[in-house]
Design a protein around this ligand. Structure first.
Ligand code: NAD
Length: 349
């Protein structure tokens, strides 16, 4: 089996490389380190690429830009992968506003290049597209909420177990990032429904893990733990720090892709996050890190929330669990934080 991972030096991509390497598959990794271009030196993923090269035996890296249409078409006609895990992206909704062309070209056009290349050269392959909960936009913020001492939560029984896939995506503020990801999400669905390609679309909640090159604009938990351990400044933007995100470890994410790949349903959409059990507010996460390390970031509170930020989001995992009962969450938020702390300690000694 030949697996192509785009964004292979990033959080989810690198986890996919390790996952499929362990299974003995041949892995082609495509990543041009554009995260550094987007986020500066802190976003540089070279360390992660070097780590993969040391840890794997079946992995070859290609410095290919997914925006390079001819390059992508040629690559596919040469390599003909059996499984495509597409994680390369401009992943920040705030950054998109300052670089709208790059955001759309990477997220939407890059995805189209890969889908069309798959249709032409690997029509039987499974194509996993990593989408985002930002496709739902801020309409979620109109769900009735209740406030507890440390978090917001849904006060509407329809969302007791989280946000399902049929939540509307219209009439909502998405950010330009959300819009480029909607385009990619719908394209991936369409290549499944219209052309019969085996596409699976996974709308991520808060995807996390130790190998994230966390920066303020992307990689929430990783960046928070790093700021706490270094006792650096950390700004909470709005909602009293009680905004809720559902954390899922990158291993559990890739394991869901693998379950889908073994029994694909063309064009299906799944919400994929930590769900209700792994949902925590920002201030709850700060307390958890403090309890483990005795350290906290130097917190500044900004009344201004991030545009389009969700006040409360957790994924309803029912569809995924019903269709793929073998898949389960294996990491709690506590375990994820432990791993991130360990990885930061290893890197800093
Ligand atoms: N991390 C999260 O919390 C989260 C949440 C929801 C959805 N997602 C989605 O999951 C996917 C993976 O996210 P991640 O957290 O692993 O991001 P990441 O930034 O860690 O990894 C993305 C990788 O893609 C590479 N890349 C960017 N542009 C490229 C291009 N033009 N050509 C080739 N490579 C390119 C980057 O260098 C980076 O290594 C993205 O689609 C993202 O939108 C992430």
């Amino acid at each position: 089996m030949k697996v192509l991972v785009t964004g292979s030096s990033g959080l989810i991509g690198s986890e996919a490389v390790l996952f499929f390497n362990k299974m003995g598959f041949d892995i082609l990794g495509v990543d041009n380190n554009m995260r550094r271009d987007f986020f500066g030196p802190q976003g540089d993923t070279t360390w992660n690429l070097q780590r993969l090269q040391k840890m794997t035996r079946h992995f070859v890296h290609y410095d290919l830009d997914v925006r390079d249409r001819q390059g992508v078409l040629d690559f596919f006609s040469r390599e003909k992968p059996d499984l495509i895990i597409h994680t390369a992206a401009q992943p920040s909704h705030e950054l998109a506003a300052t670089r709208p062309f790059d955001d759309f070209d990477v997220n939407a056009v890059g995805t189209l290049n890969l889908l069309e290349a798959t249709r032409r050269s690997s029509p039987d392959a499974v194509f996993i597209h990593v989408s985002t909960n930002k496709v739902y936009g801020d309409a979620l913020n109109h769900i009735r909420l209740r406030e507890t001492e440390t978090r917001w939560d849904f006060d509407d029984l329809r969302y007791f177990n989280g946000i399902p896939e049929d939540f509307p995506i219209d009439n909502s503020l998405h950010s330009l990032f959300g819009a480029s990801k909607v385009a990619a999400d719908i394209l991936a669905q369409e290549y499944g429904k219209y052309f019969g390609l085996k596409t699976g679309i996974f709308r991520g909640g808060c995807l996390t893990g130790p190998q994230h090159s966390g920066v303020e604009l992307h990689g929430f938990l990783n960046y928070l733990v790093l700021a706490a351990m270094r006792e650096q400044p950390y700004t909470i933007y709005g909602y009293k720090g009680k905004q809720v995100r559902d954390q899922i470890h990158s291993y559990d994410v890739v394991n869901a892709f693998w379950h889908f790949a073994q029994n694909p349903r063309p064009g299906e959409v799944y919400n994929l996050g930590g769900g209700k059990e792994n949902a925590n507010s920002v201030i709850e996460c700060i307390e958890m890190v403090d309890a483990k390390t005795g350290k906290r970031p130097k917190i500044t509170y900004s009344e201004r929330n991030r545009i389009g930020d969700h006040i409360c989001y957790y994924s309803n995992l029912k569809k995924l669990q019903d269709q793929y009962p073998g898949w389960k969450l294996t990491y709690s938020v506590e375990q994820i934080i432990d791993e991130i702390i360990g990885a930061i300690q290893d890197r800093e000694v």
